[in-house]
Design a protein around this ligand. Sequence first.
Ligand SMILES: NC(=O)c1ccc[n+]([C@@H]2O[C@H](COP(=O)([O-])OP(=O)(O)OC[C@H]3O[C@@H](n4cnc5c(N)ncnc54)[C@H](OP(=O)(O)O)[C@@H]3O)[C@@H](O)[C@H]2O)c1
Length: 366
Amino acid sequence: MSSATTPAWSFTTNGPPRAVLSRSRIPAPPFPPLPHPTEEYILVSVSRAALNPGDLFTTHLVPSFMRSAGATVPGLDLVGTVADVFCPPEMTARFAKGDEVVGLLVFAHILATGRGALAGLVALPARYAVRVPEGRKGRDVAGLLVAGCTAVEMVDGAEAKAGDRVLAVGGSGGVGSMVVQMVREVVGRDGWVVGVCSEGSAGLVRELGCDEVVNYDVHENVAEELAKRYGGQKFDAIVDAVGADMRIYTRCAEYLKPEGVYSSVGVKLGGFGLLNAVSAVWKMQMNALWPRATWLLGTGRTWKATTMMGPGLELMQCVVDMVGAGKLKVVVDSEWPFDQVLEAYDVVMSGKAKGKVIIKVDGGDN
Ligand SMILES: NC(=O)c1ccc[n+]([C@@H]2O[C@H](COP(=O)([O-])OP(=O)(O)OC[C@H]3O[C@@H](n4cnc5c(N)ncnc54)[C@H](OP(=O)(O)O)[C@@H]3O)[C@@H](O)[C@H]2O)c1
């Protein structure tokens, strides 16, 4: 058995990152990771990982009996270099040693293996990875996949088209910054995009493609302001990348056309207790079941929520191609050395990140 180790951040008990995460060296992942693999696997020397609010569900909420034995490494997004490839003889390998890849580790993989992206070396099924596009560097796609795939699903779900008027709630976060760019691309020059964000994010949100901004620092009741401003000229679609203020959905008939879709990232948890999670799921179910008929006190508008559990290769490739074609860029809030993962998680937990929070791993030895 190999005695090689790799640096990693991991946890064994539940709680916020500052309370439960520690940096150590863990055994390098066995490669191939299973005795009789039936699909292609790659071993990646990670150069960058990105943090997501989803990591906080893993550290706070997933009990030890649902995780693989021992310490769990969080982290969904990674980029790096292929250090080794295993491919069953009857299959053709997609990757070769030295390829630069961008990968998304789905929750099920992390829970089953205990191995997320915050490690120097990560073994993963090749179907969780896509090549870094030609002419781009790993850093151009760090933090791309979770937010980008979520944004594509939401924008597709909104069914917006060229020339439409679209409201983008939360245009400055990891998901929101990509939503705004994608919506702009879909509606084109003839369309009109309005973003909802704080004062400090207005410049960024305009730069990414919004024509107008509603500042939620100034307007505590955003729904009321939207009704006032856009009641006479309603939106064709709403894409909500935050899900924090349910009044924006419950009052949307006042500013969203009857056939318009309210496409949401979900309902933001009020905290990380089990009850908060149950309450958010309950609200989402209620929104989905809310009567379409306004005479039954319903919104009369369709609610769609995205669940990005495993995007699949086609969707990942589509998002990576957008970056390759110069149609999408990853907005970076901040980049942190591997030692400062806890400080980086503070930014994610603040709920004020402007774009993605990136960790420089460089094989983990910096
Ligand atoms: N359903 C899924 O599959 C899925 C996938 C990915 C993420 N998510 C969820 O989607 C949410 C967003 O993810 P993310 O990665 O984009 O998070 P994030 O990067 O941490 O989002 C931070 C951003 O949210 C904005 N924001 C906070 N409160 C707001 C409000 N009331 N109105 C408008 N903007 C507000 C902030 O903008 P200001 O600085 O302007 O306040 C900040 O830029 C999270 O709750 C995450 O768990 C769901």
